[in-house]
Design a protein around this ligand. Structure first.
Ligand code: ATP
Length: 359
């Protein structure tokens, strides 16, 4: 099995060989996914790749056609959702708008049989946790989106779940608030040692919050690794394209000798490390901040299509042909660049990623 903690590590959540089809259309088959205790893992992938389906199967909200969900050594595949003690936070918050914040939080405790009079201290603790103590008596409908999302997180945590699942919880929030919520959530879960699975299609969000990220594509996990490994060593051209920005050239292997490749591209010859047969069609990639505006071990000359000054950095785009693109990221504000002028981009052989194009 490929997707999981290091061999030997004890998996807390172990999703084994799951298959699921909707009306005869297979969404995933043979899915394995393992999470260690206390880990915060993201499922990242484009719309429709099966993230939500996998999350719902873990929660027990969708039944799998085959396979098992094992939590802390116990198969829970046949345990109904409400008996799993797994909390789910949805994008839509799913709060009761007419109830107050405190009533929303008490609801989960009362559903588990706690007397109303006893809920007070736990509600107060949960509100303090998400810095919403001053809002206890407000109706939820009178809160901002960010405040509602804090209440939803508090409601998920108040029942002390064995696992927390979050499905695009921040996608309705603006960018700055999202980042604040990401920072808060991460430290909240860390402090409690909570194990959590976070669904997102936003790669920056996944990079920011996760210990590890499972990159999904069409019902498969393409790579399951730490954010830095995913970025520096993407396992496929799909992962390279989906996580972070990259320059990307199509090419064909001309010479392959002792682990060194010479690749013909529309921008000239590029060298890379690898063992592929001459004639193999490939995609060559480089992270934009590893490209310099000077000759390197690999060098291309290209007409400048655009210089985007982004404040802390400037993006230089070379004229693109088809799916190929050249993007160089330089620090700070780079002025005096003219569209159409010839620029030199250079980078090292070690920084050159190469993937055989599927035949
Ligand atoms: P998104 O980011 O858009 O939410 P996702 O990666 O979470 O996408 P899923 O919601 O898991 O993807 O859906 C995976 C596939 O299964 C999609 O093709 C979807 O149309 C299909 N699907 C999901 N739920 C159902 C359902 N209840 N009935 C039929 N098809 C479904």
């Amino acid at each position: 099995r490929s997707a999981g903690p290091e061999p030997g590590a004890h998996a807390y959540l172990d999703v084994v060989d799951i298959s699921k089809a909707f009306r005869g259309t297979t969404v995933m088959s043979g899915m394995d996914f393992r999470v260690a205790r206390g880990e915060l893992v993201s499922l990242l992938g484009p719309s429709g790749c099966g993230k939500t389906t996998l999350l719902r199967i873990i929660a027990g909200l969708t039944s799998a056609d085959a396979g098992d969900v094992v939590l802390d050594g116990r198969a829970i595949t046949k345990v109904p959702a409400h008996k799993r003690n797994i909390s789910v936070v949805f994008q839509s918050y799913a709060l009761f708008p007419h109830l107050t914040v405190a009533e929303n939080l008490a609801f989960g405790l009362r559903a588990r049989g706690m007397a109303k009079a006893q809920t007070g201290p736990q509600v107060a603790d949960a509100l303090a946790l998400v810095r919403m103590s001053d809002f206890a008596e407000r109706p939820v409908a009178a809160l901002s989106g960010g405040q509602q999302q804090r209440v939803a997180v508090a409601r998920a945590l108040i029942v002390d779940p064995v696992l927390l699942l979050l499905d695009e919880p921040f996608s309705a929030l603006d960018r700055k608030l999202r980042e604040t919520m990401q920072v808060e959530l991460k430290s909240l879960l860390r402090d409690r040692g909570m194990t959590a699975v976070f669904v997102t299609h936003d790669q920056e969000e996944a990079m920011g919050v996760s210990d590890r990220i499972a990159v999904m594509n069409a019902g498969r996990i393409e790579q399951f690794a730490t954010p830095s490994d995913l970025y520096a060593r993407p396992a496929s051209a799909f992962v390279m394209d989906f996580v972070g920005l990259s320059s990307r050239l199509s090419g064909k292997v001309k010479v392959s000798e002792a682990g060194a490749l010479r690749i013909e591209t529309p921008y000239g010859e590029v060298r890379a490390k690898g063992a592929l047969a001459p004639g193999a069609k490939v995609v060559v990639g480089v992270r934009p901040e590893l490209i310099r505006r000077e000759a390197g071990e690999n060098t291309v000359r290209v007409a400048l299509a655009d210089a985007m000054i982004l404040g802390a950095k400037t993006h230089l785009y070379g004229a693109s042909t088809g799916d190929d693109r050249l993007l160089c990221e330089l620090p700070g504000i780079q002025s005096g660049l003219e569209r159409g002028q010839q620029v030199t981009f250079g980078w090292s052989v070690d920084d050159t990623l190469v993937y055989e194009v599927e035949r």
